[in-house]
Design a protein around this ligand. Structure first.
Ligand SMILES: [Zn+2]
Length: 482
């Protein structure tokens, strides 16, 4: 009997031990898994804090440990007015009209059984906001996103991530007032529009057909007045139209037409006969260019240089327009290289022939000026050197930035005498003429462009054109709004 009791005691102790270990194990398991303390993550994508009347908020919620239990998104606005139309079913409105609160999303996600984890580890979300329908008005509002997980922490409510984002409703498009009256322009020429905006915009400028020319603030004391130089492409189609466009930080867009008259203009066709000698001498210069057809004949090699390489070089040069100074660095008419003869005009429709066959066409986007060999080249006006170096068909090239998108370029140079970033005065020598690049003989190819479109330099050499179309306009606006 006695021995049996002893045996029973030992068994009890043993069972108790197992129970203690099992409970401890369970507690450790709960502690590690069910009581995990890592909160969910929320990522929100919103381009800017300023938002238009209708917009979409997208984002993603993540919880890699116990899974997502709930995503709730609310928008609230102090002093909000009641909605015009009954909001969708899920939306509730706070009884206090002083604080409008709309639930945009309140989704609960499933878990696997009572003690299981959330089935959803990652969930993208998207909610649409319609300020008018929801009774939200212009001004500040708060977007609140909360995400909970399936942890047992916080008395089974789980870990929470909470994100607040201040937004600013702006449902009104900007107002654009054009301050300049007459805009008489020509294909291949330039123009200037001065306009005023009712609010700061993320983008504004002149649209000519498909081309956009950004406006620049800072010239006038009033910082809401913008200058936009624009170019009329050589092949401008009258039906394309011209207008000022402005987009505010919320994305509201306004478009305003302006009075303009486009003069008729014809360009000259010029046939250039290429000699075998010239091609044999010139083409090897380009053999290092990417894509050059080394094994092709002279004709195909020339077509590559005159089309593909020309396009690449133009893109490189015209990209400088985007880096322009916001001031006006130049003054008075641009100067033409002294004692030089004009050999080719802007807009010439060039036809290239070889052995009496037409190889390719190109439009001449500058003016060729010939003088004595290696003649000194003056800066046409005051400006900052924005490019120096070798540029394919243009050979050794210098580009000057005259501000607000107006640029001049000097090609085929034998020597470059300036450095990038340097400010040069009108008439200061920037290099010497030469025949580098696709040039038949020593000359200066002088070009000008506005933002990213070549224009005819003749206008800028003409003091009365500048007075009528540029400086006169600036002065008349200055007289009204200094
Ligand atoms: Zn030229």
């Amino acid at each position: 009997m006695f021995k049996k009791r002893e045996k029973g005691k030992r068994l009890k102790k043993w069972l108790l031990g197992i129970l203690v270990i099992a409970v401890a194990g369970l507690l450790i398991w709960i502690g590690l898994t069910k009581l995990e303390g890592r909160p969910p993550e929320v990522l929100l994508s919103l381009e800017s804090a300023a938002v238009p009347a209708d917009f979409t908020v997208t984002g993603v919620a993540k919880d890699l440990k116990s899974g997502i239990r709930q995503i709730r998104i609310v928008i609230s606005q102090q002093g909000g007015s009641p909605p015009d139309i009954n909001p969708p079913e899920k939306n509730q409105r706070d009884t206090d009209l002083q604080n409008l609160e709309i639930v945009l999303m309140d989704d609960v996600f499933p878990a696997t059984g009572f003690a299981g984890k959330g089935k959803v580890r990652q969930m993208p979300f998207e909610v649409n906001i319609h300020a008018g329908k929801m009774g939200l008005s212009d001004g500040a509002a708060l977007l609140k996103i909360s995400v909970r997980d399936y942890s047992w922490r916080h008395w089974f409510r789980g870990n929470a991530a909470y994100l607040e984002k201040k937004i600013q409703f702006d449902t009104r498009p900007p107002m654009v007032s054009v301050l300049t009256n007459q805009h008489n322009v020509s294909p291949g020429g330039a123009g200037l529009v001065i306009y005023k905006l009712s609010e700061p915009c993320r983008e504004s400028g002149v649209v000519v057909g498909e081309e956009f020319f950004p406006g620049h603030a800072g010239y006038f004391t009033a910082d809401d007045i913008y200058l936009a130089f624009f170019a009329v492409p050589v092949d401008y189609d009258k039906t394309a139209g011209m207008k000022v466009k402005a987009v505010d930080p919320a994305g509201n867009e306004s478009v305003r037409g302006f009075y303009h008259y486009v003069k008729k203009r014809r360009f000259v066709t010029d046939t250039l006969r290429l000699s075998e000698n010239f091609l044999q001498m010139k083409l090897p210069e380009f053999s290092g260019e990417k894509g050059f057809p080394v094994d092709a004949g002279l004709a195909d090699q020339f077509v590559f240089v005159n089309t593909v390489l020309r396009r690449q070089n133009n893109n490189t040069i015209l990209a400088n327009g985007a880096k322009t100074d916001s001031g006006i660095l130049w003054e008075g008419p641009f100067i033409r290289m002294p004692n030089s003869a004009r050999r080719a005009n802007f807009g010439d429709q060039r036809v290239y022939q070889f052995n009496n066959q037409t190889l390719s066409n190109a439009v001449h986007m500058g003016i060729d000026l010939a003088s004595v060999q290696h003649d000194r080249v003056p800066a046409a006006n005051r400006g900052r050197v924005c490019f120096t170096g070798e540029a394919g068909i243009y050979g050794n090239l210098v580009c000057l930035d005259h501000g607000c998108g107006l640029m001049s370029l000097y090609a085929h140079l034998s020597r470059i005498a300036v450095q990038e970033g340097q400010l040069v005065e009108k008439g200061e020598i920037i290099g010497n003429t030469g025949a580098t690049g696709l040039a038949g003989g020593d000359h200066l190819h002088f070009g000008m462009f506005v933002d990213h479109v070549f224009v005819d330099p003749v206008e800028w050499w003409d003091a009365s054109w500048i007075a009528n179309n540029i400086t006169g306009k600036i002065q008349s606006v200055q007289a009204l709004a200094p």
